[in-house]
Write a protein that binds this ligand. Structure first.
Ligand code: SDX
Length: 440
């Protein structure tokens, strides 16, 4: 294997024997730079004739990656080795985007070039405006951005050759630059206001807020504290290793599909309430609970499996401790409310009481269920005046950077092959076709 991870990965052989048979295979046990060792089982079927079974991929590393590391027991999240807490406090979204895409923090010249590369691509082709008219005004913005991002491949034929490094770079710039414009226009369309063209003199987060909130009839007054909060929210959501939407992007990309199609696939996967859709679902849940007195009954409901209800914004496949992003989110939430002069926000009080009750409940303690990134983000966004239907869209804007970085890493990995899982077949054994008149 000669992939990008070769420098970081070391291997030793371990012999695996099939119980009850005399068949054994020598499999490499691979150590990365951080995290548990993994068995490289690629030769397992060839040598022992068996596959592994891992629905939901809870025990399977699907790729080698150098981008993001999570220690779920310790609540650690690193982008290219840098702790999320440091990046959230000291860096900004565009610098983090450079880091995720390129592996290291930029020097001043590299950052200037990158900044230029992104801002030069913020506008959309004028024909794309017409797409919006084809949607109902009450369409969910996630439905719109999924369609419009996928359609970018019909406009930018000069960046579809995935084997050309420069074209990959241009596609990355286009996606990072245009997704906020596409997202803001989806919102403007839903409320019947004119589309606002991007302003390249503003920062990335500030421009996004501008396109969402400004109107041509009035001078727009930004708020640096809110822009900074938005930027931090984008940093916190930028990447999260092989989550469901990123894995979707990688799987789509493994077929050689163009980058715009792959990111559209990621957006579709993100929309689900178990994933990025949870931030919107948290607010609906809080509205449903309404008052602190109703929390115990609600908690009883989510513990009852037949209810099919979950405590939204709680639990995580990898974090079995606090999601470090949730802590920063809670802090940011207080800052935003202070800035906006909101002394009393019943929804925040309700969320904090819900968190307190859940964290002291045996059901949640035993299953190690903690608040995740989505628990507080909705409350901040709501306070900032962002409509609920845009919460997941905002997640998608930020995660586009992670998706593009992971897609690029995959394409540049010589060990990359089409993703193609196997299955345990439990259907009917082979049988002969019987004409309809002779059945039953
Ligand atoms: C994101 O993967 C990522 O990295 C995603 C993400 C990213 O940045 O990309 O971090 C973003 O998607 C955050 C997660 C947002 N989703 C939610 O907040 C929805 C509510 N949470 C869940 O549905 C759930 O916790 C998941 C989907 C997040 C994780 O699911 P897992 O890993 O498959 O966990 P599980 O369903 O196997 O749960 C284990 C047990 C089960 O109970 P038992 O069958 O053992 O009795 O915990 C229970 C679950 O029923 N459980 C919950 C619960 N989450 C898990 N019970 C009540 N409420 C919950 N929220």
């Amino acid at each position: 294997m000669s992939s990008t991870a070769d420098k970081g990965a070391t291997k030793r052989s371990v012999t695996v024997t099939l119980d009850g048979s005399n068949r054994s295979a020598s499999l490499p046990l691979v150590s990365g730079t951080l995290g548990p060792d993994v068995f490289d089982i690629r030769k397992l079927h060839g040598e022992l004739g068996v596959f592994t079974f891992d629905p939901g991929y809870g025990a399977t590393a699907s790729c080698e990656s150098r981008i993001t590391y999570i220690d779920g027991d310790e609540g650690v999240l690193l982008y290219r080795g840098y702790p999320i807490e440091q990046l959230a406090e000291k860096s900004d979204f565009l610098e983090v985007a450079y880091l995720l895409l390129n592996g290291d923090l930029p020097d001043a010249k590299q950052f200037e070039d990158f900044h230029q590369g992104v801002t030069r691509h913020t506008m959309l082709h004028e024909q794309i405006r017409r797409f919006y008219d084809g949607f109902r005004r009450d369409a969910h913005p996630m439905a719109i951005i999924c369609g419009v991002v996928g359609a970018l491949s019909a406009f930018y034929h000069d960046s579809l050759d995935i084997n050309d490094a420069r074209q990959r770079e241009i596609a990355a710039f286009r996606l990072i630059a245009k997704v906020p414009t596409i997202a803001a226009w989806a919102y403007k369309y839903s409320i019947g206001q004119p589309f606002m063209y991007p302003r390249n003199d503003l920062g990335y987060a500030e421009n996004f807020l501008y396109m969402l909130n400004a109107v041509p009839a009035e001078q727009w007054q930004g708020n640096p504290i809110l822009s900074r909060a938005m930027d931090r929210i984008l940093v916190l959501h930028a990447d999260h290793e092989q989550n469901a939407s990123t894995s979707t992007v990688r799987l789509a990309g493994s077929t050689g599909a163009n980058p715009y199609a792959c990111i559209a696939a990621g957006i579709a996967a993100l929309w689900g309430p178990a994933h990025g859709g949870a931030n919107e679902a948290v607010l609906k849940m809080l509205a449903e609970i309404e008052r602190p007195e109703n929390i115990p009954a609600f908690i009883d409901g989510v513990k009852d499996k037949s209810s099919h209800h979950k405590l939204m914004g709680f639990g995580h496949r990898v974090y079995k401790n606090f999601d470090p992003r949730a802590k920063i989110m809670q802090q940011t939430c207080h800052e935003v409310l202070r800035e906006l002069g909101i002394k009393d926000e019943p929804m925040l009080d309700l969320a904090m009481e819900l968190e307190r009750i859940a964290l002291s409940d045996d059901y949640f303690i035993q299953r190690k269920l903690y608040p995740n990134v989505d628990f507080y983000s909705g409350i901040i966004l709501k306070a900032m005046g962002i409509p609920t239907s845009m919460f997941t869209v905002l997640f998608a804007v930020a995660r586009t950077v992670g998706w593009v970085s992971q897609w690029k890493e995959m394409i540049e990995d010589p060990a990359q092959r089409i993703g193609r899982p196997r299955q345990i077949y439990t259907g009917a054994p082979q049988r002969d076709y019987v004409p309809i008149g002779r059945r039953g």
